[in-house]
Write a protein that binds this ligand. Sequence first.
Ligand SMILES: *[C@@H]1O[C@H](CO)[C@@H](O)[C@H](O)[C@H]1NC(C)=O
Ligand SMILES: *[C@@H]1O[C@H](CO)[C@@H](O)[C@H](O)[C@H]1NC(C)=O
Ligand SMILES: *[C@@H]1O[C@H](CO)[C@@H](O)[C@H](O)[C@H]1NC(C)=O
Ligand SMILES: *[C@@H]1O[C@H](CO)[C@@H](O)[C@H](O)[C@H]1NC(C)=O
Ligand SMILES: *[C@@H]1O[C@H](CO)[C@@H](O)[C@H](O)[C@H]1NC(C)=O
Ligand SMILES: *[C@@H]1O[C@H](CO)[C@@H](O)[C@H](O)[C@H]1NC(C)=O
Ligand SMILES: *[C@@H]1O[C@H](CO)[C@@H](O)[C@H](O)[C@H]1NC(C)=O
Ligand SMILES: *[C@@H]1O[C@H](CO)[C@@H](O)[C@H](O)[C@H]1NC(C)=O
Ligand SMILES: *[C@@H]1O[C@H](CO)[C@@H](O)[C@H](O)[C@H]1NC(C)=O
Length: 445
Amino acid sequence: MKLPTIFSLTVFVLLLGFTITPADAYDPLDPNGNITIKWDITQWTADGYVATVTIFNFQQYRHIQAPGWTLGWTWAKKEVIWNMVGAQTTDQGDCSKFKGNIPHCCKKDPTVVDLLPGTPYNQQVANCCRGGVINSMVQDPSASVSSFLIAVGSSGTSNKTVKLPKNYTLNAPGPGYTCGPAKKGKPSEFFTADGRRKTRALMTWNVTCTYSQFLAQRTPTCCVSLSSFYNDTIVPCPTCTCGCQNNITNPGSCVMGDSPYLASAVASGGKNNYNPLVQCTSHMCPVRIHWHVKLNYKEYWRVKITVTNFNYRMNYTQWNLVVQHPNFDNLTQIFSFNYKSLSPYGPLNDTAMLWGVKYYNDLLMAAGPLGNVQSELLFQKDLSTFTFKQGWAFPRRIYFNGDNCVLPSPDNYPWLPNSSPHRRAFSIFQIITTALAFLLSFMWI
Ligand SMILES: *[C@@H]1O[C@H](CO)[C@@H](O)[C@H](O)[C@H]1NC(C)=O
Ligand SMILES: *[C@@H]1O[C@H](CO)[C@@H](O)[C@H](O)[C@H]1NC(C)=O
Ligand SMILES: *[C@@H]1O[C@H](CO)[C@@H](O)[C@H](O)[C@H]1NC(C)=O
Ligand SMILES: *[C@@H]1O[C@H](CO)[C@@H](O)[C@H](O)[C@H]1NC(C)=O
Ligand SMILES: *[C@@H]1O[C@H](CO)[C@@H](O)[C@H](O)[C@H]1NC(C)=O
Ligand SMILES: *[C@@H]1O[C@H](CO)[C@@H](O)[C@H](O)[C@H]1NC(C)=O
Ligand SMILES: *[C@@H]1O[C@H](CO)[C@@H](O)[C@H](O)[C@H]1NC(C)=O
Ligand SMILES: *[C@@H]1O[C@H](CO)[C@@H](O)[C@H](O)[C@H]1NC(C)=O
Ligand SMILES: *[C@@H]1O[C@H](CO)[C@@H](O)[C@H](O)[C@H]1NC(C)=O
């Protein structure tokens, strides 16, 4: 390609990138991912209604881990919550106007959380009481739903007078989700356990919430380091990826692994605190993924992946990785991780979701000697595309728990011995791919 062509192509790509950047969240690897909250009114009461509220996690790999979801909304009128089963509000609010029967919650903007495991059976409903933990669609579809019952008073008592709650907020457990308005639709249908009778909700509305990493956290949360058998260089995570170690402007932002204050610093924040307390490293990320190109056989090659937790305050339960590499269409064997191919764009089979084996390594322990999990992947070479040159053997993109991890700059990738550092012919291609990667990373912000 001649330079002007490349230039205009880049400009076109830039324009394209900026014009189609949506205001809301968009993840190219899970384009339809969302969390849908469905309200089904199943009964009208003297002053309101009883509804079943169900939270569906329709995301391939993003899950909600401890301390779980928090759901809020604003009532349209002067509604109160008489009772809840399978969940509770965090604050009763001011119910002093009521004599006799006292509502469960009188707040205009209630905040609801799931009950904990071990709740007595008579206070449970199906899919409740998991401490707000919801798995992803791929990892465990049967645990990707959460629900509770709510009895609402002082509201309308028919589908003509009920006003839908507004301004839904979902924390899972921190920020990151944006919820749209409630939309009334076709009433849900329910089947009895034996499937012989069908019932219908009296009224149904849905709310859809989508995730944006940019809303969740301004800084990245994970990074990638690289190494290979053919070069001794270990390419570390870029310095200051997730923050900078600075005792003057930001004291206490990290702790040394051997600090005598470690135990008290960890204890002071409480467990599974949303704000990480990281071990001091040059990258300061809570999580690092290391990709090591380990062996080269005639027809196969082997990669070792290590995920290391540097966060003293978080045990990552049901963690997952999403990895993009062109050779995933010929993954032959994977050790000690579960695997599923994700094909968001039909035939392109270059993206894989990896997660831990239940009871073996599905828990990535907090920072320390046990804070890592690892696996090896064996790929079959497609001899027409396979090469160790120009960083081909390294991943194109890695997500940890649905968040994009920062890769080192391609300029620093380990070289093959004898490969010339004069890579000018390649660098124009690199400029374009870097520009594209840069734009793609904007498109889903
Ligand atoms: C939410 O996700 C489901 C399942 O992928 C999809 O059918 C639905 O259209 C999505 N809703 C929105 C509003 O994107
Ligand atoms: C209320 O429900 C009735 C019966 O299902 C239906 O015909 C009517 O359209 C509904 N009204 C509204 C405002 O949804
Ligand atoms: C919606 O909720 C947010 C956060 O709870 C609040 O800041 C905002 O004022 C609310 N908006 C309305 C219209 O109630
Ligand atoms: C609400 O969402 C659920 C789950 O995606 C879907 O089955 C149902 O058809 C939706 N209902 C309405 C009224 O949009
Ligand atoms: C920060 O302070 C700790 C101990 O006080 C020290 O070991 C470390 O080297 C300091 N880091 C920087 C970047 O100055
Ligand atoms: C992580 O799990 C281990 C073992 O269950 C527990 O001892 C430790 O306190 C947990 N740490 C955090 C930060 O929750
Ligand atoms: C993608 O490749 C893997 C590994 O060869 C294979 O198991 C899987 O079925 C492929 N998926 C699709 C959608 O082609
Ligand atoms: C995997 O590699 C073999 C050998 O190169 C090739 O015949 C086959 O088509 C490849 N499979 C896929 C799904 O690309
Ligand atoms: C290994 O790769 C680095 C680039 O990351 C390069 O500077 C170095 O010369 C390479 N070593 C050998 C032996 O080729």
